[in-house]
Design a protein around this ligand. Structure first.
Ligand code: NAP
Length: 301
């Protein structure tokens, strides 16, 4: 983290990501030695989408850097649901595949939710299948989550990792999460609750966002609207984790009005360079965890 006098600390997502990734090669090497093959992440990409392709390249490079194997299964734009199901079923049943990732977005008229739920929960690298959500939301504490063998949704895991890496203890704090999607806002709010914060989940029907923000010690913004959160809306010293991603004239922006927030907040994540890099590291972390759990289950059988 870095801070000038009187300004918020900037939580460096790239540095946090590097620290997370540094711990993984030893775990991957141990698995590779034990099983005679490296853990394998299979990626299904349907149709061509430029931003998604750029993210895909980044993920493949990150996997290589820690010794993970990858296989990419590319299907054309006109793929039917039955064809996509077949590939997912094959990957689900393949003993060599430890984790499966479905690249987003999927082209219309495919239903992303139905495709995601075809992934077996034990290979759910992104923690986004309904069965994983069920286990996650049935848990009340981080200990329950561990015991249930949940894979945490990567962006929500990135958010709480950044909060903890910044040295902020959520217990007893007031937290506000803006955005209630299944993959980001809701799980981030739930994880903060599991870490004993008192959480308010805001959305488009929240009548007075500022009322809640002014009381919050921790704010997570997961919307995708640049400038939605400004310094004037926040309590002095608050911690702002900005998960929003939006492109304006080709420039990546978060939800936060960074300059005004720096003068008020105690700590803030930048966009780019905050939640994004840590989310990629969390995907790799989940893949290694999936391989470890599958290897343990195989040895126990
Ligand atoms: P989403 O499904 O579109 O959800 C957006 C949420 O924001 C909704 O719950 C919506 O409320 C709420 N919202 C919209 N305008 C609002 C406003 N003016 N005030 C309060 N709430 C408002 O998006 P998502 O998939 O959760 O993604 C959220 C953001 O995170 C996007 O920018 C996405 O690109 C980014 N993202 C980043 C990463 C990363 O790794 N950095 C990963 C995934 C997503 P309603 O429910 O009432 O409609």
């Amino acid at each position: 983290m870095s801070a000038a006098r009187g300004e918020a600390k900037v939580i460096d997502g790239k540095a946090v990501s590097k620290r997370l990734l540094e711990k993984l090669p030893a775990r991957v090497a141990a698995l590779t030695e034990e099983r005679g093959e490296a853990p394998l992440l299979a990626i299904l990409a349907i149709g061509a989408d430029s931003p998604s392709e750029a993210y895909l390249k980044m993920k493949l490079q990150a996997c290589r850097s820690i010794g993970l194997e990858t296989s990419v299964h590319s299907l054309p734009l006109a793929t039917t649901e039955a064809e996509a199901f077949q590939v997912l079923d094959d990957l689900g049943g393949d003993l060599h595949v430890d984790a499966i990732l479905l690249e987003m977005p999927v082209p219309e008229p495919l239903d992303a939710r139905r495709l995601i739920d075809r992934i077996p929960p034990e290979k759910d690298a992104e923690g986004v299948t309904e069965r994983n959500f069920g286990r996650l939301f049935a848990a009340k504490s981080m200990a329950d989550i561990d015991a249930a063998g949940v894979f945490l949704p990567c962006t929500a895991l990135s958010i709480i990792t950044l909060i903890q890496e910044a040295g902020i203890e959520p217990r007893g704090k007031q937290a506000v999460v803006i955005g209630r999607s299944n993959i980001v806002g809701k799980p981030a709010a739930h994880l903060l609750s599991c870490l004993d914060a008192t959480v308010t989940l805001c959305h488009t029907k929240t009548p007075d966002l500022v009322f809640y923000l002014k009381r919050a010690d921790i704010v997570v913004s997961a919307v995708g609207k640049p400038g939605l959160v400004t310094g004037a809306m926040l309590k002095r010293g608050t911690v702002l984790i900005d998960a929003g991603v939006c492109y304006e004239d080709g420039v990546m922006k978060g939800d936060a009005d960074f300059e005004s927030i720096r003068k008020v907040a105690g700590a803030v994540t930048p966009v780019p360079g905050g939640v994004g890099p840590v989310t990629t590291a969390c995907l790799l972390l989940n893949t290694v965890l999936a391989a470890e759990r599958r290897t343990r289950a195989r040895l126990a059988a």
